[in-house]
Design a binder for this molecule. Structure first.
Ligand code: APR
Length: 249
């Protein structure tokens, strides 16, 4: 089916939709200038993010890991939500019963006006104490003057993000799972994610099992491509506004 008619079909489904699920990954922020993890620009100073974003990497060189996070925060501070983020916020405003499960830690969905955002992998804007687990919200602590930053108790602070090999936070995962198992999702969007983690493709699959149509928007194939009802191999910042405009037509 050619892209125009697929856009129209998704738009048609949206007109009668009451419940939406969005699952997003680094690809939704790529057009805001934020490097994805597995693209060509995923590396940083020849370091593999998988090594830096890990308890072992942090234990080995907390200062290097914090330099990486501080540089990412500087990039994100300069970034603006792109047309893809904004179109998702518009769709959520049009169909309020939605959940936006994002793997991104940049906070751009919230800046774009999205509601019901669940940060599966935490937030780069939050830090926590490695000894007591105390959580410090956005800008509550300065992580750039002293690197690595320390808590008042003397222990190291770490970014409040999920690292490779770490367990996912229970509350967000429960929230997403309950939203899906309650059924009734009309459309599940999988946007800009390689879906390498089984829980990501599993949520999309479960939504489909519950009757949702699955829409993948991704430049590259992913495990979700094998069961998506619609696949747009194009930029999220292009496709999502087209879908929203077609829905308004
Ligand atoms: N529009 C749509 N898709 C895009 C765009 C774009 N403008 N730019 C890139 N993509 C696609 C890429 O083709 C790729 O399939 O987005 C996907 C990004 O995949 P990853 O870089 O693997 O990012 P993500 O899926 O979010 O990774 C998941 O793994 O590294 C960990 O914790 C980290 O949250 C991250 C998780």
């Amino acid at each position: 089916m050619e892209k125009g008619s697929e856009i129209s079909e998704v738009a048609e489904s949206l007109r009668t939709a009451h419940k939406l699920l969005f699952i997003t990954g680094a690809g939704i922020s790529a057009e805001s200038g934020i490097p994805t993890f597995r693209g060509k620009d995923g590396y940083w100073r020849q370091h593999n993010p998988m090594e830096l974003a890990s308890p072992e990497g942090f234990a080995q060189d907390p200062a290097l890991v914090w330099e990486w996070y501080n540089e990412r925060k500087a990039i994100i501070r300069r970034a603006q939500p792109n047309a893809g983020h904004l179109a998702i916020a518009q769709l959520q405003a049009a169909i309020p019963n939605t959940l936006l499960a994002t793997q991104n830690v940049d906070g751009l969905h919230q800046t774009a006006g999205s509601k019901q955002v669940v940060e599966i992998h935490g937030s780069i804007w939050q830090t926590c104490c490695t000894r007591e687990g105390t959580l410090f919200l956005r800008d509550a602590v300065d992580t750039e003057t002293e690197v690595p930053p320390k808590c008042k108790c003397g222990a190291l602070l770490r970014p409040n993000v999920v690292w490779f090999g770490e367990a996912l936070p229970v509350e967000p995962i429960t929230h997403i799972t309950e939203f899906i198992l309650a059924g009734g999702i009309d459309i599940a969007f999988a946007i800009g994610t390689s879906a390498l983690f089984a829980y990501i493709s599993g949520w999309a699959w479960e939504a489909k099992e519950q009757g949702a149509r699955v829409v993948e928007i991704n430049l590259d194939p992913s495990p979700i491509s094998t069961f998506a009802d619609f696949i747009f191999r194009d930029k999220a910042g292009t496709v999502l506004p087209q879908i929203y405009q077609a829905m308004q037509a």
